[in-house]
Design a protein around this ligand. Structure first.
Ligand code: CA
Length: 414
């Protein structure tokens, strides 16, 4: 196992332990000793030394787990540009029990901000999150100083295409009515500062260009001074880029914003391509998501991944698409799934050739203060467990909701 091999084994939560055990890759004897399991039972349960019986999360047994183990919740604001992988980031943030999702802001990037905003709303509807009183606000349409650049070659004309080139999820009829009014950064500030007043340090997770984040930290530096937030973003690269030779897309389309964020004094964690390129949606992953093919929701997610697979194959030559954005959410959920290094990161803003390059001074050659934590490695199997569990939780909630609706209709008709 990754962490055991590094000598950094820690006592897993019961939920984590169950996942590892059921997939046959854990260290059951070590875990058993730590958790004092006295007996494994035939019905996917185990008996603990205190007499309690706990569920093992086999794929089959996952469906019978009544509720995830409750852990302390982390307040999260998600800034995104949906986007296929952003969609999965929304799903994971919305359904992991450790995440308290404060709200969502959108930004230009994979498509225009008008399209990414509609896509965010469509995702909330498709994932059964549209009744959660979750504020959604439209953010910046342009980078700080450059013209906007979009990524239709990977995400399609809508920004969230299906295989037929149509919107993957039904679009809202009146999106403006579903949005929180006001300037994006003011709405973000309102919710983040309110959470900070109640003693929560908010994780601002960014999965698009850092334009909104840069403006927020510029207008409201007190959020940094008062340690009210930290920034965790998907983007950048230690080495090679994707849409530039040494630049990753989110950094390349607004390098000045990225520079502002790195130099803001905020605690910044970068989840770069080196990590996200290991989160590959293989055929095995897609097959496990699809299950028996009887679920419309699961089939839609598989369509999402299949579209992403096709474009990544044709554009980058990848056999399997990397699911970038949920990796940043996974970091917030469990940082111990990641190997990280603190280092100085500067953003190239002058060169046409390398604009947006995140220059990682891994060996501290410049002797400048370290300003970022950089993720270097991720426990990929644990990452997919988080995704699978989020899908199951969403499915369960929506199934429950549809049954309630059916029940309501029956009551109304009688
Ligand atoms: Ca994104």
């Amino acid at each position: 196992m990754l962490r055991a091999a590094r000598g950094k084994w820690r006592v897993p939560s019961p939920e984590q332990f169950f996942h590892r055990t059921c997939r046959g890759r854990g260290a059951p004897s070590i875990c058993a000793a730590m958790l004092r399991i006295v007996k494994y039972n035939a019905d996917h349960t185990c008996t603990m030394s205190d007499g309690s019986v706990r569920q093992l999360a086999t794929k089959a047994a996952r469906k019978s787990i009544p509720q995830p183990v409750q852990q302390a919740q982390q307040a999260v604001w998600l800034d995104c540009d949906p986007g296929h992988d952003d969609a999965m980031a929304i799903l994971l943030a919305g359904y992991h029990p450790c995440v308290s999702l404060l709200g969502i802001s959108t930004v230009h990037g994979n498509q225009s901000v008008a399209k990414t905003t509609v896509n965010a709303l469509a995702c909330l509807r498709a994932f059964g999150m549209d009744s959660d009183n979750l504020p959604v606000v439209r953010g910046q349409a342009r980078p700080l100083v450059r013209p906007p650049t979009h990524c239709a070659e990977i995400h399609g004309e809508t920004g969230l295409d299906n295989l037929e080139g149509e919107p993957l999820f039904p679009l809202p009829r009146d999106p403006d009515a579903m949005l929180v009014s006001g300037k994006c950064v003011n709405v973000m500030y309102e919710h983040i500062s309110r959470a900070a007043l109640s003693g929560q340090r908010v994780k601002l997770v960014a999965t698009g260009a850092l334009t909104n984040v840069a403006l927020l930290l510029t207008l409201y530096p007190e959020l940094v001074e008062e340690d009210a937030l930290e920034v965790v973003f998907m983007g950048g690269a230690i080495g090679l880029g994707n849409t530039g030779p040494v630049a990753e897309f989110n950094m390349q389309i607004d390098p000045e914003a990225a520079k502002v964020v790195f130099e803001s004094g905020a605690k910044v964690t970068m989840v770069p391509l080196e990590v996200t390129h290991t989160a590959l949606a293989t055929e095995a992953v897609i097959s496990e998501i699809r299950e028996d093919g009887s679920s419309e929701f699961r089939n839609a997610l598989c369509d999402l991944l299949s579209f992403f697979k096709d474009t990544y194959k044709s554009y980058f030559g990848f056999d399997d698409p990397p699911l970038h954005d949920p990796c940043a959410v996974a970091y917030v959920i469990d940082p111990d799934l990641f190997e990280t290094e603190d280092m100085r990161v500067d953003v190239e803003t002058h060169s046409d050739l390398a604009a947006g390059q995140t220059v990682c001074d891994r060996h501290n050659l410049q002797k400048k203060p370290k300003n970022a934590t950089v993720a270097c490695e991720m426990d990929v199997e644990e990452f997919w467990d988080l995704i699978h569990n989020a899908i199951y939780a969403a499915e369960k909630k929506m199934d429950h909701g549809s049954k309630r609706k059916r029940g309501g209709a029956e009551e109304g008709g009688s």
